[in-house]
Write a protein that binds this ligand. Structure first.
Ligand SMILES: C[S@@+](CC[C@H](N)C(=O)[O-])C[C@H]1O[C@@H](n2cnc3c(N)ncnc32)[C@H](O)[C@@H]1O
Length: 210
């Protein structure tokens, strides 16, 4: 697979030169969907590991670290990773430059919690099945995968990025062996895509990988 699908991220972060206002998706902190999920479910990450996919500037990784998880957070952009480390100098998060499509073998089946907010939707539909398969390879047996993404009802591919997901695309997580254990939808009036979904999956106890 070529890297055209995502090699525009690195120059964007590099050219922003640590000016957060230059990053179109930057939020003032961790996404409230995640912090609410953590508090509502009284998640205690002590003795547990989490991985954040496409972590960008690191706020969600820091929220998971504050909830007690030992967090690995990766992004394909080395400038984003360097910037995240600089933003959180005392952090215990392990920030790593890594490509979702070339995951280190030691990560497979390695995490109690796998979190993605807005990475899958930022990747073109042509690489979606592979992106989902890669994310689905990360949880430990019995581990959790939490995905928050825009969704679309229409099969036609919208002009992206982002490219909201269809139910059918999301069903690839289940085809990978994960079970849906929670689903919430949110309507966002401010956005050009109105529907967001938060899905919690559980990996089978016997694990996805032998
Ligand atoms: C829309 S941004 C979202 C960033 C962060 N998750 C957030 O919500 O603030 C998508 C992120 O995915 C990263 N990304 C894109 N392709 C990737 C890949 N193949 N492997 C790892 N990260 C990737 C980008 O560099 C970017 O930081």
């Amino acid at each position: 697979m070529t890297t055209d699908a995502y090699d525009w991220f690195e120059p964007l972060y590099a050219q922003a030169d640590e000016d957060v206002s230059q990053i179109p998706w930057a939020l003032p902190g961790a996404v409230p969907y995640l912090t609410q999920w953590l508090s509502k479910n009284e998640i205690d990450g002590k003795e547990q590991t989490a991985v954040v996919v496409g972590c960008g500037l690191g706020d969600d990784a820091e929220a998971l670290s504050s909830a007690g998880f030992a967090v690995t957070a990766f992004d394909v952009s080395e400038s984003a990773i360097a910037w995240a480390k600089k933003r959180f100098p005392g952090s215990t998060v392990n920030y790593v430059t890594a490509d979702l499509f070339k995951l280190p073998a030691v990560w497979l089946g390695g995490f109690d919690l796998v979190f993605d907010f807005r990475t899958i939707q930022a990747l073109p539909v042509a690489v979606r099945a592979e992106a989902i398969a890669q994310i689905a390879s990360l949880p430990k047996p019995g581990g959790t995968v939490l995905i928050i993404t825009y969704v679309r009802a229409d099969k036609a591919i919208p002009e992206g990025p982002p490219w909201p997901l269809t139910e059918q695309e999301l069903s690839q997580f289940e085809e990978s062996g994960l079970a849906v254990i929670g689903k919430e939808t949110f309507r966002e009036k401010e956005s050009r895509f109105s529907d967001r979904i938060q899905i919690q999956y559980q990996a089978p106890e016997q694990g996805m990988y032998k």
